[in-house]
Design a protein around this ligand. Structure first.
Ligand code: FAD
Ligand code: SF4
Length: 469
């Protein structure tokens, strides 16, 4: 029986976090794993509300109270089974979902100031522990059909689609242009948030289930899309969104100004020992670095610069801290590691003679909310100043960059170049080409791993209906 009074006796507790001095010199995850005793005790803090708001707030609608109860009872194998019924990559989500804006924000205990159940850390613990105990999904009773689906992109959307297809007897064959699977899980999100061995372990599991990966194969270049259309019963597109949003201020082309994702991919590949082409490795050692933006990518750039040995790292954001879009936990981690925040400053120009020497900014004050409910940043006239620096990283977000060949296959795009597909159609996430489905960042725009997983899974359901499986 769950102890419904546990939350009165035991505070919310995260697993141990490495001290900032230790973690800021290495590219390794910063949280130790829970041990069994602590995981059971923390899971037992769940109130088992009749109406679990956490489940509604979770984009894949995880059966959270059910697996918390199983963990509290020490039944990890069954918890792993249930956890995988709603989520294709629970160990990743447990690590990198912004829980403080999703499941944990909706936890009843969060509202009562007792502190939310540590849902994310328990979710990570379940799969890590089950894998270590030898658990694997058992598909021995799934009869294989003669259907097969090509998947373009091995990011979370593509992997989630493949997971649902194979569990229903449809063979997924995944084509990925990078040398390893994972999409931004591998080549965007830094190791201090997600160790790459975690992706490697998941790849073993996925291959064991019967999913086939062809890495280093770019569709449209190394293999033509027509070939996929000819040889498969359906095609899923999960190609992400990679066009960086420009600052559109003078000096943006000066040597020493970098695009956030190129900088991060270059660093991950350097640490993992991959060839760096086409994203060269850039080191911020000994430099004074300004990172522009306020989202999770911005935090990743500041914290990567710190680990590379930058002298000083500043995050310059045009709104105040309250209106930052990034995860609160990540901002806290960045502050602990020495990142300096300069709020209410908007960039005007990168200054320098042949290379970056500083960035001119102007002060802002918070105005009325915009259409998304976030308060606008209004310029304060005559408040310009220059922050001296050696490097500027622009982290303003991304837009979809669909390939030109989409139009040859009648794949409709919307006015910001996203692929048109939704869950509100007869076959969920079907595009304007009936045989082609799509999901993740290339449909909804740059977003979260858990949203890409949710859409990949729904698109797979759509394909199963379309294929009458
Ligand atoms: P991607 O992960 O981008 O995967 C698309 C894949 O398609 C890539 O592997 C790409 O190489 C491949 N591909 C593209 N074109 C082709 C082609 N022609 N042929 C073959 N393969 C192709 N989200 C979180 O939830 N938490 C975080 O902490 C977080 N941090 C982030 C940090 C950074 C720096 C960035 C950029 C994003 C972050 N996100 C985070 C967002 C998250 O990573 C994305 O929303 C998610 O990865 C989108 O999944 P996807 O499968 O749609 O696309
Ligand atoms: Fe929370 Fe993300 Fe896990 Fe859902 S998938 S329970 S939002 S950590």
């Amino acid at each position: 029986m769950p102890n419904v009074r546990q939350f009165l006796e035991l505070n919310r507790q995260l697993p141990e976090k490495k001290p900032a001095q230790e973690r800021k010199v290495e590219f390794k995850e910063i949280y130790a794993p829970f041990d069994m005793k602590d995981a059971m005790a923390q899971a037992d803090r769940c109130l088992h509300c009749g109406n679990p708001y956490c489940e509604f707030a979770c984009p894949v609608h995880n059966y959270i109270p059910n697996w918390l109860k199983l963990v509290a009872e020490g039944n990890i194998m069954e918890a792993a089974e249930i956890s995988h019924k709603s989520n294709s990559l629970p160990e990743m989500c447990g690590r990198i979902c912004p829980q403080d804006r999703l499941c944990e924000q909706a936890c009843t205990l969060e509202d009562t100031n007792f502190g939310a159940v540590t849902i994310g850390q328990v979710e990570k613990f379940i799969t890590d522990t089950a894998f270590a105990m030898g658990w694997k999904p058992d598909l021995s009773d799934v009869p294989m059909t003669d259907k097969k689906v090509a998947i373009v992109g091995a990011g979370p959307a593509g992997i989630a689609a493949a997971d649902i297809l194979i569990r229903n007897g449809v063979k997924p064959v995944v084509y990925e242009k990078q040398p390893e699977i994972g999409g931004l899980l591998t080549f965007g999100i830094p190791q201090f948030k997600l160790d790459k061995e975690v992706v490697q372990k998941r790849r073993e599991i996925l291959e064991h289930m019967g999913i086939e990966f062809h890495c280093g194969v770019e569709v449209g270049k190394d293999i033509q899309f027509q070939e996929l259309m000819d040889n498969y019963d359906a095609v899923f597109l999960g190609m992400g969104t990679y066009k960086p949003m420009a600052g559109r201020f003078p000096g943006e082309d000066l040597p020493g100004v970098y695009k956030a994702l190129d900088f991060l991919i270059g660093n991950v590949k350097h640490v993992l020992g991959y060839e760096n082409d086409p994203e060269p490795y850039v080191s911020m050692e000994g430099k004074r670095v300004v990172v522009l933006g306020g989202g999770d990518t911005t935090m990743d750039c500041t914290r990567t610069s710190i680990r590379q040995g930058a002298d000083e790292v500043f995050c310059v954001y045009r709104r105040d801290e309250e209106n930052m879009p990034g995860s609160r936990a990540e901002v806290k981690n960045a502050k602990e590691e020495g990142v300096q925040f300069k709020f209410n400053l908007s960039p005007v120009e990168v200054i320098g003679d042949g290379k970056v020497e500083g960035i001119k900014v102007v002060q802002t004050k918070m105005g009325e909310p915009d259409e998304n409910g976030r308060r606008r940043a209004e310029i304060v006239e005559g408040s310009e100043e220059v922050i001296p620096c050696d490097a500027v990283i622009v982290a303003f977000g991304f837009q979809p960059n669909p390939p030109a060949w989409f139009k040859d296959f009648d794949i409709e795009l919307n006015n910001w170049n996203g692929v048109v597909a939704s869950e509100d159609t007869l076959y969920q996430f079907q595009t304007s080409n009936p045989k082609v489905f799509a999901g993740g960042d290339m449909v909804r725009g740059s977003s979260l791993v858990v949203h890409a997983i949710a859409e990949g899974r729904k698109a797979a359901e759509g394909m199963l209906d379309f294929l009458e499986v």
